[in-house]
Design a protein around this ligand. Structure first.
Ligand code: GAP
Length: 513
C-alpha cells in the first residue's frame, strides 16, 4: 500500500468505524472542523490520559490546571499574539480563493525538488554504477537551475517575512509565474498579514472595547497562573504546570484531515527553572518527550528531531518532534526553551510582579521556561496512521486491523457468546456485568464469530473473549489476541487480572520511569 492509499484509507476508516466525522456533515460540513465519534472519543481520552498521567502523576513536580478559554484581552497583547500571530495571505481575483503566500511558494519549491529528483533518477539509470549524484547535482545545468531557484525562494521569503516586506513576496510569486490551482490565473491581490485569532465580545452589546479572543494556545493560561499555582501548591523551582484544552486558530490553509484544524486541542507543559539551568532542562525534556512517544511501541525510525536553526527572538533552543505521516515528516510536538520572555511580558503588561523568591539564596527572580507542546489531534492521527494495517489471512481474506497500543484502544475487550442459545448469552452477560466497572467493554451476539472478530480488529480491540459450549461447565472462555489472532483458554476468574495487566496504563507508564 503506498502512502497516498494509506492516508485515504485511514480517513475513510475513521468515518466508517466512528472515529472522526466532518463537523455538521448534514449541512455539508465546515472546513477544517471535525467531530469525534464513539470510538474516536475513547481513543482521544486515552491519549490525553496517558499524557496527563505521564506529566502530573509520574513527575513529582508537575501540577495540573484547567484555565478558561476566554482570557483578559491584555493577555494577547502581552504574549505578542495581537501584533504578531498572523500568516501572509494572498487572494486570487478570479477564483476568489485565499491562500497562504508562504505555502504557495513552498508548494512551488516541492515541484522544483521533484523535477530535480526526476532528472537525477534518469541520469542514474543512464550512467549505472559509475553515477556520482553529488557531482551531477552540482553540475547539470537544469538541476542546478532548479536548486538555485529553491534557495532563491528560501532567501526571499525569509527576508520578506522578517522585514515585513510583503511587496517582495508578491513580486516573487509573480516572478515564478505561480498560478491559482483553481482558476489557473496569475491575477493576484497584494499579500496581506491575516491574524489567526478568532474574536468575539464579552457583553451582549458590541462596543469594540470588550473584544475577547478564543485562545490560540493553552500556554498563556499557565503563565498568568504561575504565581497562583506556585504559592497555593507550595512549589519549589524547578517545577512545571501542565494543561490540556481547546485552542482555536483561523487556519486558512487547513489540509490533511485533522492535522491542521481551526478548533483543536493542545497538551502543554511549562517547566519553570532557575535562569542558567534551562538548557539542561531543555535536553531533559527533549529526551523525555521522545521516550513518551516511543513507549507506545511505534517504530523509532518513524520519528526524528528537527532542531530549529533560526530561533524566535525570545528562544535560546527549540526542536520539533516530527513523525513520518503518509504525507511526509511533519511536526507533532514542539519543545522550546523560551527564556523569561512570557513572564516578563506579563509582568510588564499587568504591572504585577511574577517572581519567584528562592528561600535558599534569598533572591527573587523571573524563572526561565522550557515548554513542551503537543497537539492531541495530531497525536490521534499519528496513532491511527501507525496502527492501520491490512493483513492477508486464511482463505484469501484481508483483515483490517488497528494495532493500537492496548492502553490506547477505545474498547479493551469484546465479550462474545459463540451462539445465541444454550445459556451462552447469559454467561457472556454475567462476565460483562462483572468486568464493566473496570474496563470499557463491548458485548455482541449478532453475526458469525468471524465477522465479530473482524469488527473488533477494525477498531483495535486487543482481546475478544468468547463464551463457547465448554464454558458453562468449566467456568472458562477463550481469549483471542488481536495481533497474533491466537486463542487460549483461561478461567473466567483470571480475566480481570489479564485485562488489567495487558490493557491498563500502568505497564505503559512504567516504561517512562
Ligand atoms: N504554545 C506553543 C504552541 O502553541 P505551536 O507549534 O503553535 O506551539 C503546538 O503548537 C502544537 O499544537 C503543534 O506541534 C501541533 O501538534 C498542534 N497544533 C498547532 N496548530 C494546530 C492546528 N491548527 N491543528 C491541529 N493541531 C495544531
Amino acid at each position: 500500500m503506498n502512502n497516498e492509499d494509506l492516508f485515504k484509507k485511514v480517513v475513510s476508516h475513521c468515518k466508517e468505524y466512528g472515529f472522526v466525522f466532518p463537523s455538521s456533515e448534514i449541512y455539508d460540513g465546515l472546513a477544517a472542523v471535525y467531530d469525534y465519534g464513539q470510538n474516536g472519543v475513547e481513543l482521544r481520552n486515552n491519549i490525553r490520559q496517558y499524557w496527563w498521567k505521564a506529566m502530573t502523576q509520574l513527575q513529582t513536580n508537575i501540577l495540573g490546571i484547567d484555565a478558561a478559554i476566554f482570557m483578559h484581552p491584555k493577555t494577547w497583547k502581552a504574549s505578542g499574539h495581537i501584533d504578531g500571530f498572523s500568516d501572509p495571505m494572498i487572494d486570487n481575483k478570479d477564483s476568489k480563493k485565499r491562500y497562504r503566500a508562504d505555502v504557495l511558494l513552498e508548494e512551488h519549491q516541492e515541484k522544483l525538488r521533484a523535477k530535480a529528483d526526476k532528472e537525477v533518477e534518469k541520469a542514474r539509470a543512464r550512467f549505472g554504477e559509475s553515477f556520482d549524484e553529488t557531482m551531477y547535482r552540482s553540475t547539470n545545468p537544469r538541476v542546478v537551475e532548479y536548486l538555485n531557484t529553491i534557495s532563491h525562494i528560501d532567501n526571499t521569503l525569509k527576508e520578506g517575512l522578517e522585514t515585513g516586506n510583503l511587496v517582495m513576496i508578491k513580486a516573487l510569486i509573480e516572478e515564478l509565474g505561480i498560478v491559482c490551482p483553481v482558476s489557473g490565473s496569475k491575477n493576484w491581490t497584494d499579500v496581506r498579514q491575516f491574524n489567526l485569532m478568532y474574536s468575539t465580545q464579552m457583553s451582549a452589546v458590541e462596543s469594540g472595547e470588550d473584544s475577547l479572543y478564543l485562545r490560540p494556545e493553552t500556554a498563556q493560561g499557565i503563565f498568568v497562573n504561575f504565581l497562583n499555582v506556585q504559592k497555593s501548591g507550595r512549589a519549589k523551582i524547578p517545577f512545571g504546570i501542565a494543561q490540556t484544552g481547546k485552542a482555536f486558530r483561523n487556519e486558512i490553509v487547513a489540509r490533511q484531515f485533522i492535522m491542521r484544524m481551526k478548533e483543536f486541542e493542545q497538551m502543554e507543559m511549562q517547566f519553570f527553572c532557575k535562569p542558567g539551568t534551562e538548557l539542561e532542562w531543555y535536553a531533559y525534556w527533549k529526551e523525555q518527550r521522545l521516550k513518551w512517544h516511543l513507549a507506545l511501541g511505534t517504530d523509532k525510525n518513524s520519528y526524528r528531531y528537527h532542531d530549529h536553526v533560526k530561533l524566535a527572538h525570545y528562544a535560546n533552543a527549540a526542536v520539533d518532534i516530527e513523525f513520518d505521516f503518509p504525507f511526509g515528516f511533519k511536526e507533532v510536538e514542539g519543545i522550546h526553551s523560551r527564556t523569561d520572555f512570557d513572564l516578563s511580558k506579563h509582568e510588564e503588561f499587568s504591572g504585577k510582579k511574577l517572581r519567584y523568591f528562592d528561600p535558599e539564596t534569598n533572591e527573587s527572580y523571573i524563572p526561565y521556561v522550557v515548554e513542551t507542546s503537543i497537539g492531541l489531534d495530531r497525536m490521534f492521527l499519528l496513532a491511527l496512521c501507525a496502527a492501520y494495517q491490512e493483513e492477508a489471512v486464511e482463505g484469501g481474506e484481508v483483515r483490517t486491523v488497528l494495532k493500537l497500543h492496548p492502553a490506547l484502544a477505545p474498547v479493551k475487550a469484546a465479550i462474545l457468546p459463540l451462539v445465541k442459545k444454550d445459556g451462552l448469552p447469559e454467561m457472556a452477560e454475567k462476565i460483562y456485568n462483572d468486568l464493566r466497572f473496570d474496563f470499557k467493554l463491548y458485548i455482541e451476539d449478532k453475526d458469525s464469530i468471524g465477522k465479530r472478530y473482524r469488527r473488533m480488529d477494525a477498531i483495535g480491540t486487543p482481546f475478544c473473549i468468547t463464551v463457547d459450549h465448554e464454558s458453562p461447565a468449566n467456568e472458562d472462555v477463550t481469549i483471542r489476541h488481536r495481533d497474533t489472532m491466537e486463542q487460549r483458554r483461561v478461567k473466567v476468574s483470571e480475566l480481570r487480572d489479564i485485562l488489567a495487566k495487558e490493557t491498563g496504563m500502568s505497564a505503559l507508564l512504567q516504561k517512562l520511569a
